[in-house]
Write a protein that binds this ligand. Structure first.
Ligand SMILES: O=P(O)(O)OC[C@H]1O[C@H](OP(=O)(O)OP(=O)(O)O)[C@H](O)[C@@H]1O
Ligand code: HPA
Length: 184
């Protein structure tokens, strides 16, 4: 899907497909170096992280395993409820493992704060975070994010896994939506 197919739904493209590809390679190189000689389990947070996980994992040279969690803190709208529920738990026992959480966006930081606490209670060797996008509110919570693709302003974004009411996830870039979309 490209910008033309979206008609007037999009406002601005904030991160292009090429920028995502380049940054993903850079992050993968950092992760390869940091985990050299170590076990690595990537934990993707469904659904948004599917694109990041697929592209990041293919850029890694380091052998890794992948598992998935689904948690929910957003309803159909654009604000976090702050109440996190596990919709699908890990299949893997993470005790003693080096866990790298893979996310599409950290916005309020509430989801990841909760998730890091939850995973740490399972006694992994380490828990780190890789997110393609971080927004400014994430600095208000005590969250150490080791790998960040892009720091973006506080605007609601779609594409590259990110949805509005389950749409726009398959855009290969990250964009804002035209204001009328929220009224439709
Ligand atoms: O930092 P926060 O404000 O907590 O927001 C971040 C969370 O919101 C998104 O998931 P969402 O609940 O929209 O589910 P989805 O991945 O299925 O779209 C995103 O994937 C993060 O998990
Ligand atoms: O900006 C966003 N877009 C889509 N999903 C989200 N979940 C948290 N922030 C966002």
């Amino acid at each position: 899907m490209d910008a033309k197919d979206m008609g007037s739904a999009l406002d601005k493209i904030l991160v292009t497909e090429e920028q995502i590809r380049t940054r993903t390679r850079e992050l993968a190189a950092e992760i390869d170096a940091d985990y050299a000689g170590k076990d690595l389990l990537l934990v993707g947070v469904l659904k948004g992280a599917v694109m990041v996980m697929a592209d990041l994992a293919r850029e890694l040279h380091h052998p890794c395993e992948m598992d998935w969690m689904a948690v929910s803190s957003y309803g159909a709208g654009t604000t976090s409820s702050g109440v996190v529920r596990i919709l699908k738990d890990l299949d893997t026992d993470i005790q003693g493992r080096n866990v790298l959480i893979v996310e599409d966006v950290i916005d309020s930081g509430l989801t990841l704060s909760w998730l890091v606490g939850n995973l740490k209670s399972r006694h992994p060797a380490s828990v780190e975070i890789c997110t393609m996008v971080r927004k400014p509110m994430a600095f208000n919570v005590d969250l150490d994010v080791k790998y960040v693709g892009f720091d973006l302003p506080n605007e609601f974004i779609v594409g590259y896994g990110l949805d509005y009411a389950e749409k726009y996830r398959n855009l290969p870039f990250i964009a804002t939506l035209a204001p009328h979309v929220y009224d439709d």
